[in-house]
Design a binder for this molecule. Structure first.
Ligand SMILES: Cc1cc2nc3c(=O)[nH]c(=O)nc-3n(C[C@H](O)[C@H](O)[C@H](O)COP(=O)(O)OP(=O)(O)OC[C@H]3O[C@@H](n4cnc5c(N)ncnc54)[C@H](O)[C@@H]3O)c2cc1C
Length: 395
């Protein structure tokens, strides 16, 4: 039987698609909605984290239905020549909780999990099984892939939730422990204490190549735990290879993925922080903005989202410049010095940086003083083209 056309179909039930569906449900319950996700659960296998100040009051309200881990008491960073405690509180959302909340909050008629889209058009979505889900407007939030139109490097990581047989003694998030060996990349360990006997340990690399050697990273995590005297059991694991964007032709990038009358959003649409590769604050802002435009006809919605993407690309030029310095001006084993220096700056500036909301004064301050890289290399990096973001290994 032909189903009535949905007002809105969102393809890709990851962070961006899921948050947009939730925002539409909260703000425009009069609109009918389909959230179409290829996987059996929404959100995949991720843990998304963010600083309390990144999100704002409207964003907090959007995220209220999700069960989150909340740390008060700030966060720590460690570098070879500098450790610091910062005041910002931290939050983390496990994709299993993301999935559970979406299934609870969205109307049952909106849930299309385990449904891979085969074709996406302005009038709806053709699923793998042949069904056509008709919709008046369509948003493409599928995951981002490699692209020859963008340049940059990679953030490669593997994280494990470990159970320790005795209390591990870490009482707040450690955003970067870069006192570890730096084998040809900026490497740091990220720690999230989830309980007295439970800790998330992630080994991360800002690397030139997208290769994730899972066994090697597992060994390094085991060694890190053993060095601290923790006897551990692995409870859960996740891994990622994310692009770090240093430049490129954004118009050509979007044109290679856009379909007529379909809004292109999420990380795929360019809505990321080019240097950290994180999207939580950006995905929240976008979800709220799209919900407020969700009544528009498909082509108008697509144009409005494209305009936001172009603005976002222009607004984040500075972070691409910093990413360029990181990858093209610093020796891989010395990349940590850029972050070490950055973490000596005032805390409000650091918070605005993570939220991709740096002020002109912040931007000047980050680049002022003695640079941590050689001037000649920095100039060559700024003028250079950078490496194309291709050969991405799929997980
Ligand atoms: C392990 C990991 C940890 C991360 N940690 C953080 C963090 O702490 N903070 C942060 O801000 N960011 C983090 N990120 C970055 C993260 O990629 C983004 O923040 C976010 O997930 C991007 O959201 P998205 O919705 O654009 O893409 P995704 O979340 O990747 O969602 C895309 C969805 O589209 C679905 N899909 C693909 N093709 C089809 C199809 N044909 N039909 C239907 N569905 C389809 C996929 O199954 C997927 O669920 C992390 C990434 C990884 C991999």
């Amino acid at each position: 039987m032909e189903r009535e056309a949905f007002d809105l179909a969102i393809v890709g039930g990851g962070l961006a698609g899921g948050l947009t569906a939730l925002a539409v449900t909260q703000r425009r319950p009069d609109l009918s909605l389909a959230l179409i996700e290829a996987g059996e659960s929404f959100g995949g296998n991720h843990r998304w984290s963010w600083f309390e100040g990144d999100i704002g009051a409207a964003g907090e309200a959007l995220l209220a239905p999700f069960e989150k881990t909340v740390w008060t008491g700030g966060n720590d960073v460690h570098f070879p020549a500098h450790s610091r405690r910062l005041a910002a509180d931290y939050r983390s959302l496990d994709s299993r909780d993301f999935d559970a909340a979406l299934r609870r909050e969205l109307p049952q008629s909106a849930i299309f999990a385990g449904c891979r889209a085969r074709e996406i058009g302005g009038d709806g979505v053709r699923l793998e099984d042949g069904e056509h889900v008709q919709a008046k407007a369509v948003i493409d939030c599928r995951d981002a892939g490699p692209s020859p139109h963008l340049t940059g490097g990679w953030q490669v990581f593997l994280g494990q939730t470990l159970r320790t047989d005795a209390p591990h003694g870490i009482d707040r998030p450690v955003i970067m422990d870069a006192t570890v060996a730096q084998p040809g990349a900026y490497r740091f360990i990220y720690l999230l204490p989830l309980g007295k006997h439970e800790i998330f340990v992630e080994d991360t690399y800002y690397a030139d190549s997208p290769v994730l050697d899972a066994d090697l990273l597992r060994k390094r995590i085991a060694n890190y735990a053993a060095d601290r005297g923790w006897r551990t059991e692995v409870m859960h694991e996740e891994a990622g290879v994310l692009p770090v964007i240093t430049g490129g032709d954004f118009k050509a990038y979007r044109a290679s993925l856009e379909r007529p009358g379909v809004a292109l959003a999420g990380a795929r649409g360019g809505f990321t922080h080019p240097l950290t590769s994180y999207t939580m604050p950006i995905a929240v802002r976008n979800a709220l903005a799209i919900a407020d435009m969700a009544h528009l006809p498909g082509p108008a919605l697509a144009n409005a989202v494209a305009a936001r993407a172009t603005r976002h690309w222009a607004d984040t030029a500075y972070y691409r410049l910093l990413a360029k310095m990181l990858f093209d001006a610093a020796e891989p084993s010395k990349r940590y010095t850029i972050f070490e220096r950055f973490y000596r700056l005032p805390e409000p500036l650091i918070e605005r940086f993570y939220a991709a909301r740096s002020t002109p004064a912040d931007k000047a301050r980050i680049l002022s003083g003695k640079p941590p890289v050689k001037i000649g290399r920095a100039i060559r990096a700024i003028l250079g083209k950078g490496a194309p973001l291709v050969h991405m290994e799929r997980r």
